[in-house]
Design a protein around this ligand. Structure first.
Ligand SMILES: [Zn+2]
Ligand SMILES: [Zn+2]
Length: 155
C-alpha cells in the first residue's frame, strides 16, 4: 500500500466512501479541538477526501500518533510509530501542546471516553467523545443538549 503521496499526505484505503456518497446522513468533523483550542483536524492525514483527526497517543513508555476518521460512524483508525493491540488503553494528547484530552464519561468497556471539543473552547455540550481503548469503537457526538449516537444516526 502506498501511504504517502507527493505532498507527504497520507492516502488511506477508503472502502466506506462509495456508501458515503449515497448517504445524506454522513457527518464529517471539519474541526475539533483540544482543551486549549488547537485544531486536531489535519490535512497531513486524509481519510478518502476528508482531513483526519490527528492526536498523539501514549501507552506506557511508548508514544506514537493516532489518526481517526473525521467521518462520524466510520471506524477507520490508523496508528504510526506505535503498535496498538486490542484492549490497550491509550492516553490521547494534543500533538500541538501535549495536553491530554479530558474524560467525558466512562465507557461500558472499562475504558474512558475522552472529549474532543467541536468548538475552540472546552465545552462538554459540544464535543465528540471517543473511547481510549483499542478495539472499542464507542463514539458519541454531543451537540447542545442532543446526544447523537450511531443508533439514532441510522434511524
Ligand atoms: Zn493543544
Ligand atoms: Zn470503550
Amino acid at each position: 500500500m502506498r501511504i504517502f503521496n507527493d505532498n507527504g499526505m497520507m492516502i488511506l484505503p477508503s472502502s466506506f466512501m462509495p456508501e458515503l456518497r449515497e448517504s445524506n446522513k454522513a457527518l464529517v468533523m471539519k474541526a475539533c479541538y483540544c482543551p486549549r483550542g488547537h485544531n486536531l483536524v489535519n490535512d497531513k492525514v486524509m481519510f478518502g477526501e476528508f482531513e483526519g483527526i490527528l492526536m498523539r497517543v501514549r501507552k506506557g513508555m511508548h508514544e506514537g500518533l493516532l489518526a481517526v476518521s473525521p467521518v462520524y460512524g466510520d471506524k477507520s483508525r490508523i496508528s504510526l510509530g506505535m503498535r496498538l493491540d486490542k484492549g490497550d488503553v491509550l492516553i490521547l494528547v494534543c500533538p500541538e501542546c501535549g495536553v491530554p484530552m479530558p474524560i467525558y464519561d466512562q465507557c461500558t468497556c472499562g475504558g474512558d471516553i475522552r472529549a474532543l471539543f467541536t468548538r475552540p473552547v472546552p465545552d462538554f455540550d459540544n464535543c465528540v467523545g471517543i473511547c481510549n481503548r483499542v478495539g472499542c469503537h464507542t463514539a458519541e457526538l454531543r451537540n447542545g443538549d442532543k446526544l447523537l449516537t450511531y443508533a439514532n444516526l441510522e434511524s
